[in-house]
Every structure is written in structure tokens, then in C-alpha cells.
Design a binder for this molecule. Structure first.
Ligand SMILES: [Zn+2]
Length: 348
């Protein structure tokens, strides 16, 4: 007979013990100051129901909404030298890495996953802004190269979702060389005539926006996202001019032609599915040797370079093969030696 412990004790406890009220039950919208109930916010994909402001989303929350049925497989990031320069500012870089890993449970600022979107194979590489501001070091660069290589190998579309403050300065030059490396990586995907799509989310700045993030076949942005290279204040001081209020926002860049579509979070999966089906079915057809009929009428501008190329062994196809080969050689030269894992010293 356990009714005393099973029934009476919990009852008494619930009367005596102070109830734990989580302090994050309500949040304030950073744009309209409206109060948001956390559960409602979660159900609404972290979008304010008062003003449609898109609050930041972690990669863990984002990946399920990208793939069909929320199903995907995560890929392990390659190992790189953790602290190649033994860098120290106010804190040791090694300590910063340890703290970021403990706080986020992630290996680096990038997560790579594969699955299907609209029934088409897709590799998604998404930046974790909560991991050192989503900064791009050698680990992130290697992750993007891995994602691009996997996309080519499995004939998948490559989708990168940058949310980053830029290059990781604690790695100095080694972080900066990730800019050309990632460009070469996504170029490989394009040469294989597979779609490379960028989904620009808040914030996409610095070395990331100055490299692979701005060379997509199609650029989709989240409403209100900040996208730019240098900060607003720095530019204003340099050019000595007042910048427009919506400067460096997704909508401003769409107006100026750097962004193709501004798509709300809830519509992103559907939009991506539609785009991938148009681009990849077309690719499959031309791969089968059918005549492509002089290019896709929907293809314009950037997307056209990928879609309208004929599949025959024309001059263009040979040139593409040469470029891919050259890109691979360059990548091999630039690849960093992975640090040997330390042997376990103490064993109880
Ligand atoms: Zn709001």
C-alpha cells in the first residue's frame, strides 16, 4: 500500500512548495514592444503576431520547417585545428570555443543536414548565430565545402542559411581565406548544374555577406532581415550622408536587385519546393539527352546561367569541367591539416 507516498505526499508538497514560474513565459517583441506568450510565439515559428516581425530562430527550430515532413539527417562537421594561432584577447580563444560549445551543445557555428524539399534532394547548411555570433572560421568553411561536395555527389540542391556577424577574427587570416574557399565550393555546385539557393536571415553581415552568401542562383530573404557588409554607423561616418531608414533590410535589397524574393517563414518550405521542382526537373530532363529547347523561359538573370546551359559536350560543358577540376585542386591546396586528437590521459 503506497497511497501515503503516492497520493498524500505529492498533495502536501504541492501545497507547501513554491510553484516554479518560468521567467521566460512572456517575451517582448523587439520591434513593436507587444507582449508575446512564449507558447504562441513557438507555434507561430517565432514570428510576432502583432507586427509580423521575424524574431531569430535557432537552427534546431529552423531545420524541421525546411525539410519535407520535418525529417532530415544531420551530418558531422569535419575536424579542424581548434585554435591554430593560440589567440588571446580579453579571453583565450580556446576558452571561448569551450563556452560556446557548452552553451549551445554544437561543435561549430554551422549545422549541415540532408533530406528532401518538395521531393527533391537537398543539403541545408545553416548558421547558428548563438555560437560566437555565427562567425566563420576554418570549421565553418570546411562545413560549407563538405555540404557542397555532398550536394554534387548526391545530385542535391545546396541551400545555405547564413546568420552571421562575419569572419571569426580570432583565427585571423585563416578565417579570411574561408571567403574564397566557400566561393569555390558553391561554384562546384553551380558547375554541376545543381541549384544553389541562399536564404538570408537576420543578420547576414561581414565576410559572410562578402562571399558565398551573395552569389546564389536565387536569393530569398526573411522579412525585415538585416543584410549588409559594414555597419550602418560606419558607412554614415565614411560617406558623410544620412542613410534611408530601411537601408540594409531585406525589402530594400529586393528593391535594389540583390534579393530576389522576400518570403515569410511559414511560406519558405512551399516556395523552396516550387523553385527546386522547376529547376531540378528541368535539369533531369536535359540530363536525359532531350533537347532543352533554347533555355527555360522562366530563367532570368542569375538563375539562367544554371538552367539554360545545354547538356551536350559543347564548349561550355568542357569549360565547366575544367573549372571544377581547377577548383578541386585549389581546395586541396588550401585545406588545413586536421589536428590530431589528444589521447585520453587519465583513466580511472
Ligand atoms: Zn511585433
Amino acid at each position: 500500500m503506497n497511497w501515503l507516498t503516492n497520493f498524500i505526499r505529492p498533495k502536501i508538497r504541492s501545497l507547501v512548495e513554491p510553484k516554479e514560474v518560468p521567467d521566460n513565459l512572456w517575451q517582448k517583441c523587439p520591434k513593436c514592444d507587444g507582449m508575446l506568450f512564449s507558447r504562441d510565439l513557438g507555434e507561430n515559428l517565432n514570428v510576432c503576431n502583432h507586427c509580423n516581425h521575424h524574431l531569430r530562430l535557432t537552427v534546431k527550430e529552423r531545420l524541421p520547417i525546411m525539410f519535407d515532413g520535418g525529417k532530415y539527417t544531420r551530418m558531422e562537421l569535419p575536424d579542424v585545428a581548434a585554435d591554430p594561432l593560440k589567440f588571446k584577447d580579453r579571453k583565450k580563444y580556446a576558452d571561448r570555443i569551450r563556452e560556446a560549445r557548452n552553451a549551445t551543445g554544437l561543435k561549430d557555428a554551422l549545422t549541415v543536414a540532408k533530406g528532401t524539399i518538395g521531393g527533391q534532394n537537398a543539403i541545408v547548411a545553416a548558421f547558428n548565430f548563438s555560437y560566437m555570433g555565427g562567425s566563420m572560421g576554418a570549421g565553418v568553411g570546411e562545413g560549407i565545402i563538405m555540404a557542397a561536395e555532398e550536394a554534387v555527389r548526391t545530385k542535391s540542391a545546396l541551400i545555405i542559411i547564413p546568420a552571421s556577424g562575419g569572419a571569426r577574427m580570432q583565427e585571423g587570416m585563416l578565417s579570411l581565406i574561408q571567403m574564397p574557399r566557400t566561393i569555390i565550393a558553391v561554384e562546384m555546385v553551380k558547375e554541376a548544374r545543381l541549384p544553389y539557393i541562399v536564404i538570408l536571415v537576420d543578420p547576414t553581415t561581414g565576410g559572410v555577406s562578402a562571399s558565398f552568401a551573395m552569389v546564389g542562383d536565387i536569393h530569398i530573404a526573411e522579412p525585415g532581415a538585416t543584410i549588409g557588409f559594414a555597419g550602418r554607423r560606419v558607412i554614415e561616418e565614411t560617406v558623410r550622408e544620412k542613410l534611408p531608414d530601411d537601408f540594409q533590410t531585406a525589402e530594400y535589397l529586393r528593391e535594389k536587385g540583390m534579393v530576389d524574393l522576400v518570403v515569410a517563414r511559414k511560406d519558405q518550405h512551399e516556395t523552396l519546393s516550387r523553385i527546386l521542382n522547376i529547376l531540378m526537373n528541368k535539369n533531369a530532363q536535359s540530363g536525359n539527352g532531350k533537347k532543352s529547347g533554347g533555355g527555360n523561359p522562366r530563367a532570368n538573370g542569375k538563375a539562367g546561367s544554371m538552367v539554360s546551359a545545354p547538356a551536350g559536350k559543347g564548349e561550355r560543358a568542357i569549360k565547366a569541367q575544367q573549372q571544377v577540376r581547377a577548383a578541386r585542386v585549389t581546395l586541396k591546396k588550401l585545406r588545413l591539416p586536421a589536428k590530431k586528437k589528444k589521447t585520453k590521459q587519465s583513466r580511472a
